[in-house]
Every structure is written in structure tokens, then in C-alpha cells.
Ligand binder design. Structure first.
Ligand code: FAD
Length: 326
């Protein structure tokens, strides 16, 4: 990256919020670049590929409520990036399994991160660029990355989980006061591939008791390798208590809870865990997006707008529209 490369807008965070924002701005003709500390796009819409299986270890699926998101989903379906997941979803209340709601659930192919790769299109993307600070520079912003590189932009959007945005906002007291008030809880995700079929009659289950909150046979989603690849999510309470534990110990504890839930003893071929430190907001703001008084600094993300994929996408759109209106 050329130092002090001047952009109309720099978007920090290549999750669904940052990507919907960057796309909207680029379509309006602005010179936009998107930066993320990770190697690829997706954020919490994440897919890990093993040798014989894939695991969506963050967002499991998404639903659509508002007309604009329905329209976007229809376009992604037509492009072959998103499909309805028709697997049977149940809920466990501690005594029995019952069919869950009849919601329409969508997944991206070949994994959840596929939607973000699609949204990236030919946007200018700088991976492995962790923003560590920024300051006002004339009418715009100067950005400092961990690598020592810098960039300059007229407008800046932070599409990051609230605690990560708050760390960067100390020089902007009005926004900092709002963002620092939002806390986010961790979730442990365990990825397990069994050696033989479990023959369970559901594809996903909300677990409303004990250490687990959700289990899903990832291989039941369209476009995934066949087999018994499962994702197990610890409940927010359990994950908080065990937040500093080692991956091995978490994997074994949640695997034991799963075996206990479904009564299977099948052998395990692959087992790993991922900790989402900022999985979900405890106290989301639900105001759509945030923009500073000069309308040159905006914030987007699920924690400002409903805590789900749909809300994150819509938040990115809203912040882009606000910046375009100024
Ligand atoms: C375990 C789990 C299960 C979930 N299940 C569902 C579900 O089933 N359905 C649903 O709708 N939603 C679900 N969600 C929520 C959903 O994943 C999020 O709402 C959505 O993906 C958030 O998108 P975002 O763009 O706001 O943030 P993120 O996806 O978190 O994107 C933020 C990006 O910012 C980057 N970043 C952070 N700090 C910096 C920095 N300093 N510099 C540069 N880059 C930085 C990160 O690397 C990341 O890529 C789940 C989330 C988790 C964790």
C-alpha cells in the first residue's frame, strides 16, 4: 500500500457490515478501500475447512425480515451464493426435543464466509491490516496500521465489534462514551467430525439447558462435504466462565455435553475449538448506525442494529447512506 494513499472512504472491518457499507459507497462512485486484521473477509461469518469437512463456526445461518434484505437475499440466491437450509431444527428444553419455529433459514455456499467473499467482489481489500490508531488530519483522517503503514481518507467507517471500536475511539469522546457502554459476551465453538453416522433426526438444535446453546450438523447444509461434521456452541454463560480455558479442555467438555445430549458414543476423527471473544452484544443499541457531528466518522455493526447478520448488513447500508447524504 502506498503511504498516505488518499481515499474517499476507508472501511475498517470486512465482516458483513463493512462489506455492505463499502459496496454501497463504491456503487455511488466513491474511491473506497476496506481493511481487516484477518487474512480473509467474513469476520464472524466464518468457515474453517478441514481435510474432510468444513465447519461454519461463527454465524450458523441467517434470516430475513426487512424488504431490502429480502431483495438482497433473492439476488444472492440468483447468483448461487445463498441457499435455503431446509434441515430440521429442534429445541431441547432439558426433557424432550420439539420442533422449533418454522423460520426460513439461509446459508451461504460453500460456507458462511462465502457470502462475504462474494460481497467483496472487486473492492480494494487490504487483509492483515490491523488499525491501531487514527487522528484527524485536515478535513479527513490519517490511519495507522500495526504494520507501520499509514493511509489517508476523507471519511472513515469502523465496522468492528463495539469493544474493538471503543479501543480506537478514545480521541473521539462523544462516540467513545456511547460505544464503550456496549459490552459483548464470548462464545466457544467446537468443531467435531465423527467417524461414523450418528443417525440423528435433526440438523440443528437449540439447547436451552446445560453448557451448550446450539448444535448443528454442518454437513446437512447445502454445498458442504458429506459426513458427520458438527458445530457445538457453548452457551454465553458457560463460555464466559470458561473464557480463559485451553482449547483442548473446552473441546472435550462440550463434546461430552453433546454426547450426553444425544446419547452417541461414535469415535471422533477431528476435534478443535475457536473462541469468539466478542460473539454477541449484551446490550445492543438498536439505533441502526452511528455517525459523528462532522459526518466524516461512522460506525456500523450488528451491535448497533439487532445483533444478527441481517442487522449488520443493514447497519452497513445505513452508515453508507448517511455519509453519502453529507
Ligand atoms: C458463535 C456465533 C454464532 C452466531 N450465529 C448467528 C446466526 O446463526 N445467525 C445470525 O444472523 N447471526 C449469528 N451470529 C452473529 C453474526 O455473526 C454477526 O451478527 C455478524 O456476522 C456481524 O457482522 P459485523 O460485520 O458487524 O462484524 P464482524 O463479522 O465481527 O466483522 C468485524 C471485522 O473487523 C475486523 N477487525 C476487528 N478489529 C480490527 C482492527 N483493529 N483493524 C482491522 N480489522 C479489525 C475483524 O477481523 C472482523 O473481520 C453469530 C455470531 C457468533 C460469534
Amino acid at each position: 500500500m502506498t503511504p498516505l494513499h488518499v481515499l474517499d472512504v476507508a472501511v475498517i472491518g470486512a465482516g458483513v457490515a463493512g462489506l455492505s457499507c463499502a459496496n454501497t459507497l463504491a456503487q455511488a462512485g466513491l474511491k473506497v478501500a476496506i481493511f481487516d486484521k484477518a487474512r480473509g473477509a467474513g469476520g464472524r461469518m466464518a468457515t474453517r475447512r478441514g481435510e474432510h469437512a468444513s465447519f461454519d463456526h461463527g454465524a450458523q445461518y441467517f434470516t430475513a425480515h426487512v424488504p431490502a434484505f429480502h431483495a438482497a437475499v433473492a439476488q444472492w440466491q440468483a447468483a448461487g451464493v445463498v441457499t435455503e437450509w431446509k434441515g430440521r431444527i429442534v429445541a431441547w428444553d432439558g426433557t424432550s426435543f420439539a420442533d422449533s419455529d418454522g423460520k426460513t433459514r439461509y446459508v451461504a455456499e460453500p460456507g458462511m464466509s462465502g457470502l462475504c467473499r462474494y460481497l467483496m467482489g472487486d473492492l480494494s481489500f487490504f487483509s492483515q491490516h490491523k488499525l491501531i490508531g487514527f487522528e484527524r488530519d485536515g478535513e479527513g483522517w490519517r490511519l495507522d496500521f500495526e504494520s507501520g503503514e499509514t493511509a489517508a481518507c476523507r471519511k472513515l467507517v469502523l465496522a468492528l465489534p463495539a469493544p474493538q471500536a471503543a479501543q480506537l475511539l478514545e480521541a473521539e469522546p462523544a462516540l467513545h462514551a456511547i460505544v464503550a457502554g456496549v459490552t459483548m459476551s464470548p462464545v466457544w465453538a467446537v468443531m467435531v467430525r465423527f467417524a461414523e453416522p450418528l443417525n440423528l433426526d435433526f440438523a440443528g438444535c437449540f439447547v436451552n439447558q446445560g453448557p451448550l446453546s446450539w448444535v448443528a450438523r454442518n454437513s446437512s447444509k447445502p454445498g458442504r462435504p458429506a459426513g458427520e461434521a458438527w458445530v457445538l456452541h457453548g452457551s454465553p454463560g458457560w463460555s464466559q466462565v470458561h473464557v480463559s480455558e485451553k482449547e483442548d479442555s473446552v473441546s472435550n467438555a462440550l463434546l461430552a455435553a453433546f454426547r450426553n445430549l444425544v446419547g452417541v458414543q461414535a469415535g471422533v476423527e477431528e476435534l478443535s475449538a475457536h473462541r469468539w471473544l466478542y460473539a454477541q452484544a449484551d446490550n445492543p443499541l438498536n439505533v441502526g448506525c452511528l455517525v459523528d457531528a462532522s459526518a466524516t466518522l461512522g460506525l456500523a455493526g450488528d451491535w448497533i442494529n439487532g445483533s444478527r447478520v441481517e442487522g449488520a448488513w443493514d447497519s452497513g447500508l445505513q452508515v453508507a447512506e448517511k455519509l453519502l447524504a453529507q
